[in-house]
Design a protein. Structure first.
Length: 291
């Protein structure tokens, strides 16, 4: 499984890969520049939209032209055609140095999103859910960099990453009530392999984790806690990954240019670009948002 260079997005902090099956397109964001990207697998055409906010996630909305975005500490509905932006909710209005980070929707269309301090203050972030009626619920606090999440096929377990812990934790998940209960730590990642960032799950129940500073996407078994394989990329800072494509066997991988000096950028000029990996397994369609 060798990565293929897809597009020279040159993101400062590429994140939020998302497969939109109806549009047959991959989306991703550059958090720091506030740029939204859409890449058509059929045509190779790329669309971009720019926002005057840090843009940390993009999710599918109720129809083909609406996307759900996290812009700094606010959640918005964005019309791709008209460029109309509708503000839906504010996450942490009293914490101006915080911003949203990674987020996904559960099988009932409920949004789950975490926060972090832009100063990387320990324990300054939290992990929330936002219901269809826009009620906000805090589930975890004392989070430093809320990051990857993935649900098991039966929706009974949520895997979650707070990056600096170097761990993946498993939580008992109640889909109907939208509740979490800590179960156990399933994976401990040595710092020598980089820091766990974004994550997705395949149909075999294995976790694909982007290792920031680890030059690859790593496939882990959350049952045994063991590393299965590493797919190396030609850049050091891997930020996230998501399954997509017609057969859901193609992994879109985002990367970052941040924290690299000029010498490192000349050595790894593709940093900030996106890559595709054809896998031997398949993932799941992402859950659209019902906001």
């Amino acid at each position: 499984m060798k990565p293929v260079h897809l597009y020279a997005s040159q993101c400062i902090l590429g994140e939020g890969p998302y497969w939109h099956a109806r549009r047959k397109c991959f989306f991703w964001v550059d958090i720091e520049s506030g740029t939204l990207f859409e890449y058509s697998l059929n045509t190779g055409k790329v669309n971009t939209w720019n926002f005057s906010h840090r843009l940390s996630l993009v999710l599918e909305g109720k129809d083909d032209d609406h996307m759900i975005l996290a812009l700094d500490l606010k959640i918005a509905r964005f019309n791709l055609k008209t460029k109309e932006l509708e503000w839906l909710a504010t996450i942490e209005s009293g914490l101006p140095y915080n911003r949203c980070n990674d987020g996904k929707c559960d099988a009932n269309g409920r949004l789950w999103v975490g926060t972090m301090s832009r100063k990387f203050t320990d324990g300054a972030g939290s992990f929330y859910s936002l219901d269809q009626d826009f009620k906000l619920h805090k589930h975890l606090d004392q989070v430093t960099i809320s990051n990857g999440m993935a649900w098991t096929k039966d929706n009974k377990t949520l895997y979650y990453i707070d990056s600096p812990t170097q761990q993946v934790n498993a939580y008992h998940f109640d889909l109907e009530k939208g509740l979490l209960q800590f179960d156990r730590t399933v994976i401990e990642i040595p710092i020598s392999l980089g820091t766990p960032d974004g994550m997705c799950i395949d149909r075999e129940g294995k976790l694909w984790i982007a290792h920031y500073g680890g030059s690859g996407v790593y496939r882990w078994d959350p049952i045994s806690g063991k590393l299965i394989e590493k797919i190396e990329l030609p850049v050091p800072n891997i930020t996230s990954c998501a399954f997509g494509g017609e057969n859901l066997d193609t992994l879109l991988v985002t990367t970052a240019r941040e924290n690299l000096n000029e010498t490192q950028l000349s050595e790894y000029p593709l940093s900030g670009d996106v890559f595709l990996i054809q896998t031997k397994t398949k993932g799941f369609l992402p859950n659209p948002c019902t906001l």
